[in-house]
Design a protein around this ligand. Sequence first.
Ligand SMILES: NC(=O)C1=CN([C@@H]2O[C@H](COP(=O)(O)OP(=O)(O)OC[C@H]3O[C@@H](n4cnc5c(N)ncnc54)[C@H](OP(=O)(O)O)[C@@H]3O)[C@@H](O)[C@H]2O)C=CC1
Ligand SMILES: O=C(O)[C@@H]1CCC=N1
Length: 276
Amino acid sequence: MSYKIAFLGCGSMNEAILAGLLAAGVHKTDVIATVRRGERADELAKRYGVTAMATGEESDANQQAVRGASLVIIGVKPIGVTDLAAEIGPVLPHGAVVVSVAAAVSIEQLERALPAGQPVIRTMPNTPARVGRGVVSVSGGTNATREQIDQVKELFANLGLVVEVPEEQVDAVSAVSGSGPAYAFYLAEAMADAGAKLGLDPELSLLLARETVVGAGYMLAEPGADPAALRKAVTSPNGTTERAIATFEERGLPDIIADGARAAAERSRAITRELG
Ligand SMILES: NC(=O)C1=CN([C@@H]2O[C@H](COP(=O)(O)OP(=O)(O)OC[C@H]3O[C@@H](n4cnc5c(N)ncnc54)[C@H](OP(=O)(O)O)[C@@H]3O)[C@@H](O)[C@H]2O)C=CC1
Ligand SMILES: O=C(O)[C@@H]1CCC=N1
């Protein structure tokens, strides 16, 4: 791994990727990160020992960061992606691969904002990348070579599971694995609240909920794990779990989750249209 990697925008998502790659052996001197606020740049520099610059302090920080980079990972909010691409375009090394982690920004929109011929790869990661248990989808742009796509897949394999998907599927990937950690955290929150309502000390209930979701996650991580089979192994006939699952089914929880994922994918398509 001998890339010089520029992280442009380093908030929740790009920090998770940065942390995951450093933990996997990418050298901190091969990494540079930009943000807007000086205090955030200081935080990243202190936490990871990387060079971090703030556009609030050096207005050309993004341009400085991409000079000499072979990989540029754009991690700003979707609304800022094409402006940032246009800003770095004039100084971007010709062969530098531009990776976007942004939801909703299409390859076509990004390619249009960059110099002609710039290789682009659109990804959809998730924050468990920070602990090497992420999921990252990869979709190659018009100018990305097979070799460049494979190199990015190899690098991101350090973050967890990498899948290559056609771009049309990114909104669905986003609705399942991009947003998915939030769904799992939401479940943990709801379980903790439920325990407190049943009379447990709220702190104890939160601990039980957290460790239960973690433990279930470990079991799901075993090769060939089947969530339905694992669930059935907890569910004794006419026992307690059966009543809980029956209540979830009666209340339509699977449909609620499907509706939520559909709403997420629809929002992604709407943002793409809004960005024009
Ligand atoms: N959060 C997630 O779980 C996931 C997010 N994504 C995608 O990742 C992208 C970032 O999201 P997220 O990390 O949550 O957002 P955050 O708001 O946490 O991070 C955005 C970062 O971009 C910085 N920034 C904004 N504008 C500029 C600029 N012009 N130049 C340099 N830095 C800039 C901000 O700096 P400062 O901190 O100083 O304001 C901040 O560090 C989005 O496009 C999102 O769709 C994709 C999958 C999952
Ligand atoms: O909420 C969002 O828009 C981003 C994309 C996927 C997860 N977080």
